[in-house]
Design a protein around this ligand. Structure first.
Ligand code: ATP
Ligand code: MG
Length: 476
């Protein structure tokens, strides 16, 4: 039983909790911005900003020059074995020499910043390094060399980091993809890769990317959000967590659906924490992101074809192979193609308790996506047969959403109850109700039960998860 599950919490009635957490919601929205007086920059401020800009430009020029010299002077073969401290000292002294030669004097702060940036250029990913190190950033999105956006607390903002030019950006891209044995060029202008720290990376270079290379990085979080964290952040309630614990433990087949960046993988990862430690879990992903805590976990990562078009290992290949590896559960990071057939079959044939995510905006949409994927996999089956396959394979749809105020919420938990004629019947058990929007742009809402008792209640009870009937009662 979910340990923190407590029906008499002072926060309110069972089955409902007001979700908005002021700590999570930030930034004035449109209305507030319109109400506030437009701030006028004073002349002094403008001059200071101008000075700062010029200082940055000068530092960039210096960096380019010194970097060129560094590449000539540094013993590149010794870099591998050098300790970080030695390397920093070496770079710092080479930089000092170069600055002296150029008769440039820098204050201590600028000198330190310059050494750090040079170190990042030589050893790391240049301008991306500070963004990768910043834990408050979830995503880094590069639109050409001058525009780098970051996502913080669910909101996108333009950062003040830039690349020197497109060549500089391309050099960093090349560094990333060549480290994983891939290449991007005219004939192969895009690539998926994983950074050394585990972050998910995708790039597309010109001429396909029209205004300069496009890069997207989903930062890898060492400490993935756990169920406790998600409840604390207002992604769902204690009651929903207790229900989900019962659902995972009783081996329901679960699909987490959601839009891009809505928290699907995070939810899947958190749900996996309810899997018993004795089970053998196999995970299959295009880019390994999941971090399961169980002892017995086998991780697989698919592989695209190489430059000659050979050597591809698809998620479907991994899945088929996984079925021969005596899994208790199979977790597919995201089902997006033909592997859907094997996933549904696995769910239908004894590998219950399997889980995956799917890209869809609501539970009905998730079902349509599944149907489409089956059709696109080239399986000629009447629609009704496809639907009945889906209805008997999938037990639960969990909807993850990123709301317009940047918060991520579990907006629906829906059970699939069978078929009615040609249609898959579903019942929503929990939902997020939007009640309004604050002037600040923050969405006001609460989680509520729909009043429908779970169709798996008996199963939950038989497995020892006797959830009180009150968690299904809605708050009026
Ligand atoms: N409830 C939450 N509260 C705060 N941050 C969250 C929450 N859920 C997820 N995140 C963060 O949001 C980012 C996106 O989450 P995640 O990778 O799970 O999304 P996704 O739906 O799988 O995205 P994609 O469609 O790109 O695969 C991550 O950095 C994650 O840590
Ligand atoms: Mg994901």
């Amino acid at each position: 039983m979910f340990t923190r599950f407590n029906k008499t919490t002072p926060t309110g009635r069972a089955g409902a909790a007001v979700a908005a957490d002021p700590a999570l919601v930030e930034k004035p929205g449109l209305t507030a911005r319109m109400a506030a007086p437009i701030s006028q920059k004073t002349a002094a401020e403008a001059m200071a900003a101008d000075r700062d800009k010029k200082r940055k430009e000068r530092l960039t020029e210096l960096k380019v020059e010194i970097h060129k010299r560094l590449l000539e002077d540094l013993n590149l073969s010794a870099l591998e074995s050098a300790t970080e401290q030695n390397l920093r000292q070496e770079i710092s002294s080479l930089a000092s020499e170069a600055l002296d030669e150029m008769s440039v004097a820098l204050n201590k702060e600028d000198r330190l910043a310059l050494t750090q940036e040079l170190y990042d250029e030589v050893m790391g990913l240049g301008p991306l390094e500070p963004l990768l190190k910043d834990d408050t950033i979830n995503d880094i999105l590069v639109n050409g060399p001058r525009r780098i956006f970051v996502e913080r607390a669910g909101k996108l903002e333009l950062s003040d980091v830039t690349f020197r030019d497109e060549r500089h950006l391309l050099r960093i891209i090349d560094k990333i993809v060549s480290a994983v044995g891939r290449r991007v060029d005219e004939s192969n202008p895009y690539c998926d890769a994983r950074l050394q720290d585990g972050s998910r990376f995708n790039c597309m270079i010109p001429p396909i990317a029209v205004d300069g290379s496009l890069v997207s990085i989903r930062k890898f979080k060492k400490d993935k959000l756990r169920i406790d964290d998600l409840v604390k952040f207002g992604a769902f309630t204690d009651e929903m967590a207790a229900y989900l614990q019962a659902a995972v433990s009783c081996r329901l087949n679960i699909i987490v659906s959601g839009g891009t960046g809505s928290g699907k993988t995070t939810t899947l990862n958190a749900l996996s924490s309810f899997i018993d430690n004795h089970e053998r879990v196999l995970t299959i992903e295009d880019t390994a992101e999941l971090q399961l805590q169980q002892v017995h976990v086998g991780r697989m990562e698919s592989r695209p074809a190489n430059v000659e078009g050979k050597g591809a290992v698809t998620q479907r290949d991994c899945l088929r192979n996984a079925l021969r590896m005596r899994p208790d559960r199979i977790i597919v990071g995201e089902t997006r193609g033909e592997e859907v057939i094997d996933m549904l079959q696995a769910m239908n044939t004894g590998h219950d308790g399997s889980m995956t995510t799917i890209h869809a905006n609501n539970p009905r949409d998730a079902i349509s996506r599944l149907e489409n994927m089956v059709a696109m996999a080239g399986i000629e089956m009447p629609l009704k047969a496809v639907r009945s396959q889906i209805a008997s394979a999938v037990n639960l749809l969990v909807q993850a959403s990123r709301l317009q105020d940047g918060t991520r919420r579990m907006t629906s938990i829906t059970e699939i109850t069978g078929m009615e004629g040609e249609v898959i019947s579903m019942q929503e058990v929990f939902r997020f109700e939007r009640l309004g929007i604050e002037p600040s742009g923050r969405i006001i809402g609460r989680f509520n039960a729909t009043g429908i008792r779970s169709s798996f209640s008996d199963r939950f009870r038989q497995w020892g998860y006797d959830l009180p009937a009150s968690i299904y009662e809605p708050t009026i």
